[in-house]
Structures are given as C-alpha cells and as structure tokens.
Ligand binder design. Structure first.
Ligand code: PXL
Length: 284
C-alpha cells in the first residue's frame, strides 16, 4: 500500500516587503512549491526592502508578534521548522527567543538566517548590539546560514573575501559552530575566481560546492537560498544535498534574471523557475 504523505509545516518569522522579492514574498512561494506549508509570523510590512530604494514605508509589527504566536500556542499548533530571516530590532530578537522557547522541540529544525549585511558592511538598522542579539539566536539554531560578511561579524573576525581555501572555510565554520549552532551553511563562497557556491559543516565534515559564477548580484538571493535549503531538509534530504539544491536553484534564478535584464534591486525572477523546484521534489 502506498504510504500516506505527510505535509511538513514551517513557521517563517520575517518581514513582508511589498516590492523587491525577498523575505516572506520569497519564503512563502518557494516552500509551497516544495510541498511545505508555510505559516507566517510577519515582523513588519514595508513598501520595498531597505537595500536600494529610498523613502520606503516601514510598519513595525513588533507589538503584534508575541500575541500572534501566543495565539498559535493556545491553538496547539506545532511546526516541523522554525525559520527566521531579516529581523529589524533588538526587541524583535528578544521576542524570537521567546518564540523559540514556545515552539522548539527535539524533533523540529530551527533555521536561523542571520541577515545583517553583505560585502563587508552591515545593513542600515544593524549595529554591534544587533550582532550580539543575532549571535544569541544562532546559538539556538540547528542550522545557521550566514554569508561571508555575516560570518565575519558573528565571529568577530575581519572580513577577508580573499580567504577562500578549504582550510579557511574549515576554520570559519568551526568558529561559527562554536557559537552553538549544530550545523552551518556558509554562502557566497568563492573557492576559485570563476566559481561561486556554498560550504556546509555538519559538525563532522566540511563540504564545499561551487559552480561557474553568473556575474551579477541580485537582492534577495540569500532568502531564495535559505528557503530552498530548508525545503530540502524538510523533504528529508541531507544538509549537503539541500545545500547543493539551494545553490543550483539560486544560480538558475540569477541566470534567468540576467537574461531577462531584471533590475538587481527587484530580486530574482524565481517565479519562472518554480516548476523546476516542483520537479526536484523528493518528499516521502
Ligand atoms: O533579503 C534580506 C532582507 C529582507 N528584508 C528586508 C531587507 C533585506 C535586505 O536588505 O531590507 C526588509
């Protein structure tokens, strides 16, 4: 007899940026395409994301966050994954700690994407105190997904984009794991000049995965990567396989957006690539 499929459920704690595909407008469609139910705990509603647009509106939903998840708790909702991304204030980081207290279990996956900067600099709204708060969230993660900039701030080491050897990756991952997370996936890794990819460390082994670099940067690609990574893990795949799938899919989205001449701040044209994700599905 065919086994019943179980629908996995993730809770995504992220903002909703109305324009410029990132955070929830990426996590929701991607997880859905991968057969994962995505519940949303919105942290803020913005007219656009904060990287590249001037004069955006920002409706802070911090005050709603705790009543929002306490209601979920009263309803006895449970989640196979807790997924956090861009968090805009210290107060929100404290609330997410309580969200973890309420919903973490031995079985579920907590994925913390420590969104706070890129290219060696912190985003606006982020400072040292925020870095410390995000470090404390990473300590409670099963998987953390920093880029090289975030890894440098989290480990309090200078940003050195030229340090890309296997030994360098091993060292960075070990320092990140020392923060307390069980597994780490490092993004934006460049083992050779024309390659771009990611490295993962599951506490035992380091794996590096890189493909020919598509020479254009797009906002929101970190969110695409983290969402596919989580979807893959919830489908029962290993960290390494999920990382490879996330890297491949992100690369395909960047390639498609480049072909389409899409503005970098609009995020990637992932919609045209979603059928591929549905095709990649291996959920038991
Ligand atoms: O993609 C990360 C992200 C998410 N949400 C908001 C952002 C950013 C990056 O700048 O501004 C609001």
């Amino acid at each position: 007899m065919e086994q019943k499929k179980t629908l996995r459920r993730a809770a995504a704690v992220q903002d909703l940026s109305g324009f410029g595909r990132c955070s929830l407008t990426v996590a929701l469609p991607i997880l859905s395409a991968m057969g994962v139910q995505c519940s949303c705990l919105p942290t803020a509603v913005l007219s656009t994301h904060t990287g590249g647009f001037k004069g955006y509106t920002f409706r802070d939903l911090t005050e709603d966050m705790e009543p929002f998840f306490r209601h979920w708790q009263k309803e006895n909702f449970a989640f196979d994954a807790l997924y956090t991304g861009y968090l805009g204030s210290l107060h929100q980081l404290e609330i997410v700690q309580r969200f973890f207290d309420a919903f973490q279990t031995k079985e579920n996956i907590t994925l913390v994407d420590p969104v706070m900067g890129d290219h060696g600099v912190l985003y606006s709204r982020f400072d040292d105190r925020m870095v410390r708060g995000i470090r404390a969230l990473c300590a409670r993660a099963d998987v953390m997904v920093p880029n090289l900039t975030e890894a440098a701030f989290l480990t309090d080491t200078p940003y050195r984009p030229d340090m890309q050897s296997e030994q360098d990756m091993q060292q960075v991952c070990e320092k990140l794991l020392a923060l307390g997370a069980k597994q780490v996936v490092l993004t934006g890794v460049r083992p050779e000049k024309d390659l771009l990819g990611a490295a993962c460390h599951d506490g035992k082994h380091l794996h590096i995965y890189a493909r020919p670099h598509v020479p254009k940067q797009y906002d929101g690609t970190g969110d695409v990567f983290a969402s596919v990574l989580l979807g893959g893990m919830l489908q029962g795949n290993t960290l390494q396989k999920s990382m490879e799938q996330a890297a491949d899919f992100t690369r395909i989205c960047v390639q498609k957006s480049l072909e389409n001449g899409t503005d970098m701040h609009h995020g990637v044209d992932f919609e045209m690539c979603l059928p591929l994700l549905i095709g990649m599905q291996t959920q038991k």
